[in-house]
Structures are given as C-alpha cells and as structure tokens.
Design a protein around this ligand. Sequence first.
Ligand code: CO8
Length: 256
Amino acid sequence: MTEVLLERPLDGVALLRINRPEAKNALNAEVRRLLAEHMSVLGSDTSVRAVVLTGNSEAFAAGADIKDMAEIGAIELMLRNNHLLWRTIAQCPKPVIAAVNGYAFGGGCELAMHADIIIAGENASFAQPEVKVGIMPGAGGTQRLVRAVGKSRAMWLAMTGQAISGTEAAAMGLAARVVPDDQVLETALDMAKTISRMPPLAIAQIKEVMLAGMDAPLDTALMLERKAFQMLFASRDQKEGMKAFLEKRKPVYEGL
Ligand code: CO8
C-alpha cells in the first residue's frame, strides 16, 4: 500500500494524501521519504501551480511514529538525517496548503506548519504533545509555532501538550481559515485553484520573499521585496496582467 497518495484533482493542482489510517497517519520513515520525494518532483513540475496536503477525516498526522523512535539512541537519530527530508518539504517552491481534519499532533502539527497556508476543520485537533513522551518538538515546532502564534501561546502549547481545536487554531493565527469538517478539502482545493490561476512567477516570489524576509532584519527583507517586485516587471505575465486590466478582459498567464 502506498503510504502517500498523489492525485491531480484539478488542472494545475496536486493533492498529496497521507495514507496510514491504521496508525492515525503517524509519520514513519517511508511517509516522510515519500512526502519529500513528491514535494521535490512537484516543485519542479511546471504544470503544478499549487499543492494541497491532507490526511483523512480522523487524522492529518498524529506525529512522528513513536514505534520508530522508542528504542533508538541519539547517534542513530542523528545519522537518520531527518532534517534533510523536512528541509525538502519546506523548500518546495510551489504554494502548499495543508487541509487539516482530525489530529495534527507533534510532527503532524509541524508538517502542517511547513505548509504556507493551513485550512482547519472546526474539530481538527492541533498539539505539540512531545513533552508528554519525554521529548520536545523536533521538526521545527519550537520555531514555526512561535512565529505563528507568538511566544506565550507557543510556550503554553509546547510545555503542556495541550490540544487546541481548529477554531482555536484559526483564532490564534495558526490556521488561515476554519470551516466545517466536511468542507476542509473542498475549501483547500478551491483556494489552490484560485492560486493556480495567478501568475506563477509572482506567486513564487511572494512565497520566497515572505519566508526569507520573516527571519531577516526589516531593511534586508524590504530589499528582498523590492528586488523581487522589480524583477517581476521583466515578466511577460506582468505586461499581460496590466494590459488585460486596462483592456477590461481576463488575463492569460503563461508563467513567463
Ligand atoms: N506513532 C505511532 N503510532 C501511533 C501514533 C504515533 N504518533 N499515533 C497513533 N498511533 C497508533 C496507535 O498506536 C494505535 O495503534 P494500534 O492500533 O496498533 O494500537 C493506532 O494508531 C490508533 O491510535 P489510538 O488507539 O491511540 O487512537 P485514539 O483515537 O485513541 O487516539 C491519538 C488518537 C490521540 C492521536 C493518540 O493515538 C495519540 O496520542 N498518539 C500519539 C500522539 C503523539 O504523541 N504525537 C507526537 C509524537 S512525537 C513527535 O511527533 C516528534 C516529532 C519530532 C520530529 C521527528 C523527526 C523524525
């Protein structure tokens, strides 16, 4: 059985489904390898304009696979170089939307935070519960969560393992939108469709500049924005977008 399914539900949109229902979609080595492999291939496929990442109705992903980690030592963990797979996911240049129903715990919450946008079901459940099994978030949770919800709330969540609902996640800014559970995937696909109709060079620059700029001094970040903004005036899509506006017609973007 393939533990990550790739579908193409709409023109320009790829859908990745984590598929380990028997383990609440826990992220074993194979799931992480497949996710990274797919993200890498989709990232350089010009026919892909947006990626939606999801699980099933019960779990987006209930964390890293605890059975995989329970008995290992620090050196074995280090030699696994897990961060290389996470980095590949983080570096996918295409917009990634996480559609979250059910549990997004531990590595599952961290995986959702690798996406650019999170759409949550009302009853989704987000948590960083690693502390309850003697460890701490290890796939970016301490850093991405603090950036998403601020220090005090991130500390609360990571130190207590407290789960929050999709509604609470949206109120805190962790999720962009909360919708009824049965509308999560549809909402994410709709958003992916909207993004996939936008000029891809502009979308890629927005993603790159926002992510790089978040961790840079403001002046440097503003310079990154300025350079990317100027560079887009070299694109045919900029000419087309503005011409179409002035001619009161729909633009036809080529990605050039
Ligand atoms: N790992 C392995 N198996 C899991 C995991 C998991 N994280 N989560 C669920 N499962 C398995 C259960 O063992 C069970 O298997 P079995 O049927 O063989 O006993 C099956 O899935 C169904 O689970 P439950 O019976 O527990 O289902 P419930 O509905 O009662 O509970 C929960 C669902 C609340 C999600 C519960 O399963 C749970 O608490 N899971 C563990 C959550 C957790 O602690 N996650 C954090 C893990 S640590 C982590 O993510 C560290 C990330 C750092 C980066 C790592 C880089 C590699």
